[in-house]
Design a protein around this ligand. Structure first.
Ligand SMILES: *Cc1c(COP(=O)(O)O)cnc(C)c1O
Length: 405
């Protein structure tokens, strides 16, 4: 099938809910992707942060192949050795005290389970979320998500959700009532523009939640698995959540989500109260085992921290040359570049030049490269961004001067 036909068929039959990029991807290896015409792309999106080890990592491929030959599905009401191995590995890398996990298939699903656990354990209905927060788009997760564009058409959402000014301890304190079950927070807001919490926020939040008897749900769907320089971002602040949501990169590219919780909280769910037909299927678990093994063996969180600092430094040098760059920020290999202009043009221009970049809101470029990326590849992306910003600055300048003349 040629490129034109693929685009025509997807446009004809697929529900039009994705802002499509004009490229048909057909092959991936390491940090690179190829389109149907054989053009090569350096991928700094990591498929929205999913491909933490890049594409088709040999260990993941081998683990999946071996599992597919043995058993593909295994409902949670039966036991399975691959799932058992994965659970052991997952609990071992989790923040201390989180020793139970529910396995689902996506980020939104891991948030749904967190909401249900919090309500069931506390017997209370209210959840406090942050302005700018993103937790997925199923009805429960959407109720915790902030963006009005995502919420408004689907009212009424699940009742009991309140949004308070992000990372603001005082506002959270004021919002807590005797009906509050939990606070849900991303360690770094991803979709909203790579927004980091102020120093001291998370330790204060943990203290506040303990004092008020409110559960703390940390959504690490995007930040987890080494992305920010630690296995989980909450380790940066020595933080132990009551409930932790993980998904995106946990199975190195296959659909898998996990909701981790302290034993007493998780155990409030009774048999039958929350299940998922595909949750914890052996193929995804096999991929996740390989993913965790490689992350630990190659010390990838430490590498993400080191390369992230290098990348930030290079981007700040670019910032100093271009007035249209407002801010460069990030932690590990989760990096945002906020511009004074919209980023869509830049993303399309980069695509032309063989580099894939993400947006996070209208004016933030977001980088979530695989953790196996090299300095040389970072240099290349920075160089191409610099070139594009040169042209973009010139374009903005020209249009301003033509308006004023
Ligand atoms: C992507 C994301 C989700 C939703 O994950 P899906 O797999 O798309 O449902 C939830 N929370 C955060 C922080 C995310 O980045």
């Amino acid at each position: 099938m040629d490129e034109k036909s693929v685009v025509a068929i997807e446009d004809k039959y697929m529900v039009n809910v994705y802002a499509k990029r004009p490229v048909v991807l057909s092959k991936g290896k390491g940090v690179y992707l190829w389109d149907l015409n054989g053009k090569k792309y350096l991928d700094f999106t990591g498929n929205y942060g999913v491909c933490i080890l890049g594409y088709s990592h040999p260990d993941i491929v081998q683990a999946i192949k071996k599992q597919v030959d043995n058993l593909i599905p295994c409902h949670g009401s039966f036991y399975n050795e691959t799932r058992a191995k994965f659970l052991e590995k997952l609990i071992k890398i989790a923040p201390k005290g989180l020793n139970k996990a529910f396995l689902g298939n996506s980020g939104a699903e891991s948030v749904e389970c967190a909401i249900k656990m919090a309500r069931k354990y506390t017997g209370k209905p209210e959840i406090i979320a942050m302005t700018g927060g993103f937790h997925g788009k199923t009805m429960g997760a959407l109720s915790a998500t902030w963006k009005e564009k995502y919420r408004a058409p689907f009212q009424p959402l699940v009742p009991g959700f309140k949004h308070v000014s992000r990372f603001n301890i005082q506002k959270i304190k004021e919002a807590i009532t005797e009906k509050t079950a939990a606070v849900i927070v991303e360690p770094i807001q991803g979709e909203s523009g790579v927004i980091l919490p102020p120093e001291g926020f998370f330790p204060s939040l943990r203290e506040l939640c303990d004092e008020k008897g409110v559960l703390l749900i940390i959504d690490e769907v995007q930040t987890g698995m080494g992305r920010t320089g630690r296995i989980f971002a909450c380790e940066h602040w020595g933080l132990t959540p009551d409930i932790l949501c993980v998904a995106k990169s946990i199975a190195g590219g296959l659909p898998l989500g996990a909701t981790l919780a302290k034993e007493e909280i998780a155990s409030s769910l009774q048999v039958g109260e929350h299940t998922s037909t595909f949750g914890g299927n052996p193929v995804a678990c096999a991929a996740a085992c390989a993913t965790i093994d490689v992350i630990m063996r190659e010390n990838l969180p430490e590498k993400a921290g080191r390369l992230g600092n290098y990348f930030l430094e290079k981007l700040r040098a670019v910032q100093s040359k271009h007035r249209i760059v407002r801010e460069v920020r990030g932690l590990g290999l989760m990096i945002g570049v906020e511009l004074r202009v919209e980023v869509l043009n830049i993303i399309l221009e980069a695509l032309q030049r063989g580099v894939l970049m993400l947006d996070a809101g209208r004016n933030v470029l977001r980088f979530l490269p695989p953790l196996i990326v090299t300095k040389k590849e970072i240099d290349k992306v920075v160089m191409i961004l610099d070139e594009i910003l040169n042209e973009e600055s010139k374009r903005v300048c020209d249009s301003v001067s033509s308006q004023t003349s």
